[in-house]
Design a binder for this molecule. Structure first.
Ligand SMILES: [Zn+2]
Ligand SMILES: [Zn+2]
Length: 274
């Protein structure tokens, strides 16, 4: 019966790709429900070499020692999904010493998985995901992100929380929606109760990197630390710029007993870079 309803729904409301608005002829063509294969390919930035630890773009020549060819759909092909890692798609991670950001800041997280920079199709979809009816775009980006993480490495997914006062003025939390897409794809339990924003923070966009770090200081609380004792956590956010927010949270999570914290973000914008 369910199948019949599903079939009827597809006839009456044929699924449309959120990226290019073309009809999705075969919804099983990619693991991401509402993005076509071509859009997934456009979104996944496989060209820019990035620092393994913080996802910041690094000089090309230093990080491409391994010239192994990567198929963008390595992870999408076949009926059973493989478990790709960032290493698979970023060719070879840059050494931390090569990264300007890591040289400057001591990040408390161990690794960053991202889809790409703040540009092109990814930027469009991210902006879409923040709108009133942006849940589908946020969820699809989360699914694509979830396909990039090595699911065997993590025991729990946590998120960058939104302060309740900001929540009043938003339609939904993009980060939460993205995280739901990640766990749907990666099959890792999501816990939204562990991290809490305990004071409203200024909008980061207008602040300098130093001000951003100050702005985030003691902005979060780690609740129920017993749940994260010895856990390998994946911390999800939508956009990472200076990494101040993620760093503050990762530091708190480690202090509260997490064995490790890695970061997964839709977009690694960087400070004045894409
Ligand atoms: Zn498309
Ligand atoms: Zn770095």
């Amino acid at each position: 019966m369910r199948q019949i309803f599903g079939w009827m729904k597809d006839v009456v409301f044929p699924p449309i790709c959120l990226g290019c608005r073309r009809g999705l002829v075969d919804t099983a063509e990619s693991d991401v429900e509402l993005l076509c294969r071509q859009c997934c390919q456009e979104i996944l930035d496989l060209v820019t070499p990035r620092c393994e630890k913080c996802g910041f773009p690094v000089p090309h020549e230093k990080s491409f020692e391994d010239k192994r060819e990567i198929t963008p759909f390595e992870f999408l092909e076949g009926s059973t999904r493989k478990t790709p890692t960032l290493g698979q798609r970023s060719v070879s991670g840059a050494a931390v010493a090569d990264c300007l950001e890591c040289r400057q800041y001591e990040f408390s997280f161990e690794k960053t998985t991202c889809l790409g920079g703040y540009q092109g199709r990814l930027k469009e979809l991210l902006l879409q995901s923040k709108g009133a009816s942006g849940q589908a775009a946020g969820f699809a980006l989360g699914q694509l992100l979830g396909a990039q993480v090595d699911i065997n490495k993590f025991s729990r997914v946590v998120t960058v929380p939104m302060h309740w006062r900001r929540r009043l003025t938003r339609h939904h939390s993009t980060v939460e929606t993205v995280a739901r897409g990640v766990v749907q794809q990666a099959k890792i339990p999501l816990d939204l109760t562990i991290t809490k924003a305990i004071r409203p923070t200024q909008k980061q966009g207008t602040l300098s990197p130093a001000q951003r770090r100050k702005n985030m200081h003691r902005a979060f609380q780690i609740r129920r630390p017993n749940l994260i004792q010895g856990q390998r956590l994946l911390l999800v956010d939508d956009v990472m710029t200076t990494g101040a927010t993620l760093n503050e949270l990762a530091r708190g999570l480690r202090k509260s007993g997490a064995a490790s914290v890695e970061v997964a973000v839709v977009c690694r914008a960087g400070w004045n870079v894409n």
